[in-house]
Write a protein of this length. Structure first.
Length: 196
């Protein structure tokens, strides 16, 4: 036999072997990957209500603070005394209202056990849509990551403690506008904050 015939036969056998291997090999399992959607982040107050125009926080001990936008859209302190509000502090509080994140929902819990029978705090927010929402806050969770809250729909949820604490700080530090006193020998140009 000629050498070229032998090469062709070997090549034909190699091709036949590759064809047989490709057609008879074990097929990989059909794997379907389904991705779980990320858990939906939800907030105590929804964007559909608009932006806050009034924020009122009432503590169980009787302390109350309230800020509201006036006719010109500027923030004014209503309680504990009527005064001009520090616009940056009031606006920061309004922004904080829209970021009160719900960490968990607790459908089967006794409201008395989590401090919602006699709430620690009550938060009343009025929005640009004209809607007024009320939420009451109970005790801190055992992990100290959140507060038990009954939202406007009556549902008991857990809201992030860090976001709520900064808002509750308005009770102890209302957003008064600090005004400098006229410079006199007695004042020396000190800055004065109104006291209730």
């Amino acid at each position: 036999m000629r050498r070229s015939t032998v090469v062709y036969l070997v090549l034909l056998l190699v091709l036949a072997g590759v064809y047989y291997y490709l057609n008879n090999r074990e097929q990989p399992a059909d794997i379907t990957v389904t991705l779980e959607p990320e858990s939906q982040v939800s907030y105590l107050f929804t964007a559909e209500d608009g932006l806050p125009t009034s924020i009122r926080i009432e503590a169980k001990n009787g302390e109350t603070v309230e800020v509201a936008r006036d006719a010109d859209g500027a923030w004014a302190l209503i309680l504990p005394i009527e005064a001009t509000a520090d616009q940056a502090a009031a606006e920061a509080a309004a922004s904080q209202v829209t970021t009160l994140r719900i960490l968990d929902r607790v459908p089967d819990v006794d409201p008395e056990i989590v401090g919602l029978s006699e709430p620690e705090y009550t938060l009343i927010i009025r929005f640009t849509s004209g809607v007024e929402r009320k939420a009451v806050f109970g005790v801190i969770t055992p992990t100290e990551s959140g507060y038990y809250v009954r939202n406007a729909d009556g549902e008991i949820v857990i809201v992030s403690k860090s976001s709520l604490d900064s808002l509750l700080g308005l009770l102890t530090n209302p957003p008064y506008l600090e005004t400098p006193l006229p410079s006199t020998p007695e004042t020396g140009g000190e800055t004065v904050t109104p006291t209730p």
